[in-house]
Design a protein around this ligand. Sequence first.
Ligand SMILES: [Zn+2]
Ligand SMILES: [Zn+2]
Length: 357
Amino acid sequence: MKAIVVTPGKQNSLRLEDHEAPVPQRGQLLLRVLKVGICGTDRDIIAGFYGEAPTGSKFLVLGHESLCRVAEVGGGSSGFRKGDLVVPTVRRNCPEDCINCRRGMSDMCLTGHYFEHGIKGLHGFAREFAITDHNFVVRLPESLSDLGILLEPLTIVEKGITQAYLMQKSRMVWKPKSALVLGAGPVGLLATAILRLRGLEVHTVATRPEKSLKARLVERTGAKYINSKKTPLDTLEARYDMVLEVTGNTSVALEAQNLTSLNGIVSYLGIYRQEQATEDAGEVFTNLVLGNRVFFGSVNANKTYFLEGAKDLSRIKNEWPGFLEKIITRREKPDNFTEAYSPVGEEGIKTVIQFEV
Ligand SMILES: [Zn+2]
Ligand SMILES: [Zn+2]
């Protein structure tokens, strides 16, 4: 079978290999991979920034965003049947089975020794067949047999927003009205849609022109699009109850803190390159304290967010037909892996590799 692999830590070692299909053990499912989605994490691994092969392997199969069908149940009462449309979560428990991993919250693992399919110590889903633990798999309705590939990036949003609500509601009476989303890639667009579903007034900022696909998709949900090249962030007058930072840009991340209302919250979902501070740290902390603000980071998502995300994916599909379809701007066959993993370009948003149509 075809498998897209890298040698972790080795720049540009991306290649297509021919592998034997894995055999599921008891408690595992054999998955026929339909599609994998590509994001910045994959490109970072290809660039050699991170990524870790499973113990005893010299290579790592890429792919953490997937849509699959159950091909075989490896024994044990999994509750799954051959043919089920499913999405596996990405992270698996640490060997110590810490208190959070043990309770189904490996996204909040305390040891940091967790495993991640396609990223850290476990092969990913960019291959025709894959295996995974049946406890970390969610079933999707047939109506999501194509768009279900967007579930994993959506779970990042689900967690970032759910945790913000939990924190805010536990410390005061909080009835948010407005939200600002910084970035309009797949995660920013999905965040815009989820916040609109929650009834918030949403402004979404990116660098693309007003007529671009990203801008049109933002407006499709009833949110307002702001082109930061025309309207720089430091000229915005509005202050927002919640800010979601998904650009991964350090300057934007700092600016986010000035755009929250009193008692507001900033959820950071990007990966920020190290940069010299361009802001006075004293001002940042004073702004944090005197405004009762919360700045927090969020990564990965456990099965609860996948279950919630599956429902929201259907809601978005029904509310704004065509919105999710347009996020997928490129579809490639596994043989065209080089093109698939190259940057998306000006009007590109999300690339998907189709192992089976
Ligand atoms: Zn991803
Ligand atoms: Zn753990």
